[in-house]
Each structure stands twice: as structure tokens, then as C-alpha cells.
Design a protein around this ligand. Sequence first.
Ligand code: 5AD
Ligand code: SF4
Length: 497
Amino acid sequence: MSGVPQSNPQDAAQKTFYLETFGCQMNVHDSEKVVGTLVQEGYRQVETVEQADLVLYNTCSIRDKAEQKVFNRLSDYKKYKKQGKTFGVLGCVAQQEGEKIFERAPHVSLVCGSASYRKLPEMLRQLEEAELRNISLEPSAIRSIDSHPSKTAKGGAPSFRETRDSGLAARESLVRITGLDDRETDACFETEFTARTNPHRGYITIIEGCDKFCAYCVVPYTRGKERSRTSASVLAEARQMADLGYTEIQLLGQNVNSYKDSEGNSSLRKTFAELLAAVGEVPGIRRVRFMTSHPRDFGRDIVEAIDAVPTLCDHVHLPVQSGSTRMLDAMQRLYTRDQYLERIAWMKAAKREISITTDVIVGFPGETEADFAETLDLLDEVGYDAVFAFKYSPRPNTPSLKLEDAIPDEEKSRRLDVLMARQREIQSVRYKKYIGTRCEVMVEGKNEARAQYISRTTHNKTLNFTAPPTANPKAGTYAPILVTGSFPNSLLGELVV
Ligand code: 5AD
Ligand code: SF4
């Protein structure tokens, strides 16, 4: 934890909350900030729904499957409402579905999109007050409280409107609070109360939202427009983390390299590559990663920064989505296959070997066998160290929703299997090359059953290693390793003593 006030676990009267997170690293880190905010508001985090007064879900809607999980979980927990628990839905499904969540899950009281998180303390107080008041209300007098669209200053004080309404479908909860109107905000969710779950490696969000509007992607609609923090604020957080003993920082954003410093004084503004280098130069920081980059905004200066600053990890995640220019055009990705490969060539010309990973979507509307073959061919050409591949899933509000989702699910599954089999072969060959080499790892923990330590290389590969009993390397320390074996997704090694 960093900067989170201590709560007294003995205090049985203290309000308690349970938070479950679905989805990407942005959501994981948002949850760390939500936890910090709740603790600051006097809540105590508990490990089970049963123990909690307030149950929160931070949700993901990137693909239909992720969204369904949320509604399944909410219906599982309906029974707890009778015990007086309060339910809240946060994040992308909250933003996407809005008040419809109250219809599908009437036991929910709070629905809040990520662009409204900075108003959470106010919303929590409103929720508590409204629930107290509602004890004496007639069941038909249902209250709905909306965080008011903040048209005023950046991060200005939230204002709330309270209305009586006659209702949405069957009601089981008397209180409705929504934070859904902030997607046009210029403000980021900045808080000094972040409850980081790992004491050695931590995230810093540098940019929120996305303005790219790829045809299949729900993110611009759920997370709102792009807004960057100032480099001064990011660097201050990095220094504070270093002071607390963190040695690895991961800069986060839906599209990190579209970062535009919002520093008032233009002479102090930094480009993304300059910010990356500056974070890498913070005393005490040994590793810096960044995620995710968009190929259109990926400049050569990022590779030059990696060349110049040894703490910048030699790993870049550069989602390609498809190897076919025709498909990239249909996906509105704003680059061609050749332009993507040009960026790969910059990375391959770097001083250190940069490990490259990517995301691929198979079965986007109109993808032919020939398009798919181009994606397979691209995997061979680039030589990725990991590929995260997904079947196309039509999403609400997105431009591609208008296109017929004509490729049958079985065909999407077949393409996914073919692609992953090809990638496994590529990775087997690539990972084998490390046998006999030495590298430095960050120790993450120990697998007692296997008597192996779990660690990560600068390339972001998992490396499991053995060490003599006297060595006992601790989580968060760095260790020199001789690589002795390889699998398609991990390396094996021995501690060099
Ligand atoms: N269907 C399938 N995959 C998707 N992704 C984003 N939207 C969709 C969708 N509608 C994938 C992309 C992105 C990753 C985070 O999720 O590959 O890079
Ligand atoms: Fe979605 Fe495209 Fe933005 Fe990535 S860049 S979050 S895929 S719209």
C-alpha cells in the first residue's frame, strides 16, 4: 500500500467493502485507486462478499464474454441484498449500460463509469445519506441521485442533483446513484490514496480515455475522450513510489504514446518518449514498462529512449490486430501493414534486443482466408514473444456493429486455434535461443511445491529458477540467472552464485 491510511481491523462498527475487478491493467489500477479512496472515506476492505456492507464490481466490456461475467456475478449475489448489503457497478459495463443496469440487476444502488471516479467520495457520502433517509420513506418514493455533468472547471467540485422518480422496472433497492456524465471531462482520476497491491512493482496512469475510435472497440465510448496528466505530476508520483521502495514502474494508458503533456508552461512539456526517459532516470527505479502503444503514434524517439536509458525495459507491446492492410482499413486502425512493419524494423535495429508482443483479432467482418493468411505470415515475419488473440465480438455503439458479423463462431474458433498453434511454434524456437545465456530477473515469489522461484525478465518473460537453500532470494529483489531450459511461454534457470 502507498499513502493509504491504516484502518483498524478490530473496529467491528467500521463500514466494510468488497471489490472484485474484471478486465485489463487499467481496471486493476483504477481499483487500486478506488480502494485507496474508500479507505480514506473510512471503509475497511474485506476478502469476501459475506463480510462486506458494500459490494463493488469494477467491470470490463471489451468483449461480450467479459460483460456477461458481470451480470452472472450480479445475479449470483442478489440473495445478499436481503442482508442489507449495498451493490455498486463501476467501470466499462457501468458506463456502457448506464441506468439499464438497475433494470437488469434491481439490487444495484450505484453505477459509476471510470471518468467519474474522482467524484466517488461524494457519491459514497450521498449513497450513505440516501440509504439512511430511505429507511423512513414509502417504498414507492424512490430516489435517484445523479452526479451532475460537470461543465465547470477541471476536476471541480462535483454537484449532485436529487430527484424522485416513479421508477425503472421492479425495484428492490431504494437508492439510485449514477456517475455517468463525465466522458467529456478534461480531468484524470488523480489521488494520493492509491492502495497498490504489490510493494515492488506499481502502475502509474499517464493518460486516460481514447480518441482513436477503432471500428470494433468500445473503449472510446466507455472511458471517454483522451486526457493526459502533467509530466510533473507523473514524475512526482514516480519519485514518491521510489521513496516507498518501488523499483519497477509501469506507465499505463489505453494509448500511452498518444500522451500529450497538459503542463501549463509549454517550455516544460514533455513528449511521451521524454517522459519515459525521465521516469527511467528517477533514482531508485530499475525497470520501466509502458502499455499499450498504438502503432500510428509509435515514433522512433521511443526506441531511441530505450537505447539511451538502461532502466527502460526492452519490451514493447504493439497491437497489430491484423496483418492485412485491407482489414486494418476496415478496422479504422490508421496504418498499413508496411507502416506497422517499419516500426518493427526500428525496434529490430535497437542496440538491445527488444521483445515484441501484440494483440490480434480474428474473424472481423469481411476477413477472408487470404486476409487471415496475411496475419499468419506477419507472425512469422515479426517473431513475436507473445500474441494475445481474440475472436471478434460485436460491441454496442461501435462503428463495426453496423457490419454483418458473418463469420460463424466455429470459423472464428478455427482461425484462433490455427493462429495460436503457429505462434506456439514461433515462441518455442524464440524461447530456446535463451538457453545458455545469462540475464537479470526480478523475483516475484516462490512455488513451494516445485521448489522454484518465480521471476520476470526485462523482456517480460516468466522465468522459473532454482537456488541453493542458503540463497533464498526475496520477492522484489533482483538476481542473476543462467537460463537452462525453455517452454513456449516461460524460461527455466538457476541462480548464479
Ligand atoms: N472483439 C474482439 N477483440 C477486441 N479487442 C478490442 N475490442 C474487441 C472486440 N470488439 C481486443 C483488441 C485489443 C485488446 C485489448 O482487445 O485486440 O487490442
Ligand atoms: Fe480501442 Fe483502438 Fe483505442 Fe485501443 S486504440 S483502446 S483498440 S479504440
